[in-house]
Structures are given as C-alpha cells and as structure tokens.
Design a protein around this ligand. Structure first.
Ligand SMILES: O=C(O)CCC(=O)C(=O)O
Length: 218
C-alpha cells in the first residue's frame, strides 16, 4: 500500500456520488475502493489485532453498552493512500485528519446513537471535529446500517462505498448528525474511519485523543 492513489485501489470510472442531505451535508460515494484493496485492509487490520472500543465520557475513556465493537489503529502507517483519497473527496487538507481506525463489528455489536464532535455541551474544546469519513470494507453481513435518526436516513453499507458527513459550519454544530452503526445481525462488518478537525490535527496537544492513547497502552 503506497501513498499515491493508484488505479488498482480505486474504481475511477465507476464512482457514483449522491448528496443524501444538504444540511447537514451527507455525501455517499458508491463503488470507490476496489474489492481486493478492501480485502487487503481487512487482512492488515486482523494482523495488527483489534481492541475493544470504548467511548469518552466526561474526559474518561470507559467501556459502554453504547459501543460494543472493536477497533485497530494503523500504527504501522500502511494506509497513507486512504488519507489522500479522503482529502481529495472531502476537500479538507491531509493534515486535518485524525489517525485512521479500522472498526470491526461482530454479530450483535453496534455503535449506538452519538455525535462525533466533542463540543456537545458548552464545554468548548479547541480544534474540534468538523466531519467524519468512513469506507465500508466488506459485504456478506446483515444489519449494520449507518443510521441518522434525525434525518430519516439509513446508509446500507456496501463494499468499497464511502460516507462523508459534516457537522460544523462557522463553529455552529449541527445536532442533526446524531448517528449510529446499527447492530450487525449476521456476519462481521468492517469499516475504516477517521474524523476531520477544523485545523491541523496535532495529537500531542489533543486532550481527548491523549486519553484514548493512554488507555490503549495500558
Ligand atoms: O459503523 C458505523 O456505521 C458508524 C460508525 C460511527 O458512527 C463512528 O465511527 O463514529
């Protein structure tokens, strides 16, 4: 896996783009990643290994029934290409993206309703998240739609598709981006996800992310 976008990784001529919602902006890109590349990412993530996913609650990372899947970080930096692709389709610079995570949900696992930004209360965090990008890496499971209950929208994952949504415009956060990964009914769902910050993402100065990393190294 290399940095540049290569023809054997994306279907340049078959991509279809749908604006699923205007405000908040939700874009759905079908048939972007080639299937063999998706398989390669899953194999790579299984090789790294998955940890149980948790949530941030009042500045602590805690296990929760809200989020019951597992995740793997691209610690070996093998997926730089994905950042370039996500930057080109979202229009945000590469430097604004957080580290990539591969999420895995087995039967019954889910990520319940939540917001991806941190400024849910008046407790302002600098350089908050402004958008989410995720690519679905496989088919062959049932359930697991990405659901936006306030918008009446459900995205049915299909292999190689990419979902992008934005929730911050001129520092106003759009609470209609409440969303969930519905429970997987049969099979296993894999997703690659990252979040876009308002400005350059600097993990060493980032309070919320530091908590996650400390937990990982325990
Ligand atoms: O897996 C999904 O469909 C949703 C994931 C999600 O909500 C997130 O990572 O913020």
């Amino acid at each position: 896996m290399e940095e540049e976008i290569r023809e054997d990784q994306i279907n340049e001529t078959e991509i279809q783009t749908f604006q699923v919602s205007k405000d908040p902006l939700v874009l759905w890109f079908e048939k972007v990643l080639k299937h063999h590349f998706c398989d390669e990412v899953i194999r790579y993530a299984e090789h790294i290994g998955f940890d149980n996913s948790r949530v941030i609650d009042s500045n602590n990372v805690v296990s929760s029934d809200v989020r019951t899947g597992s995740h793997a970080f691209d610690h070996e930096n093998q997926l730089e290409f994905v950042f370039h692709l996500f930057a080109s389709i979202t229009g945000y610079p590469r430097e604004n993206f957080e580290d990539l995570q591969i999420l895995k949900y087995e039967k019954g696992e889910k990520y319940g309703n939540h917001f991806d930004f941190f400024n849910v209360n008046d407790d302002k965090v600098d350089n908050d998240r402004v958008g989410t990008v995720m690519a679905y890496l496989n088919d062959g499971f049932t359930g697991g739609d990405t659901d936006f209950p306030e918008l009446g929208i459900k995205i049915s994952p299909n292999k190689g598709g990419i979902l992008f949504f934005e929730y911050s415009y001129d520092k106003e956060t759009n609470f209609k981006t409440l969303h969930s990964g519905l429970p997987v009914e049969e099979g296993t769902k894999y997703v690659i996800v990252t979040w876009v910050r308002e400005n350059k993402y600097e993990p060493e100065n980032d309070k919320a992310i530091k908590y996650i990393e400390n937990e990982q190294s325990d």
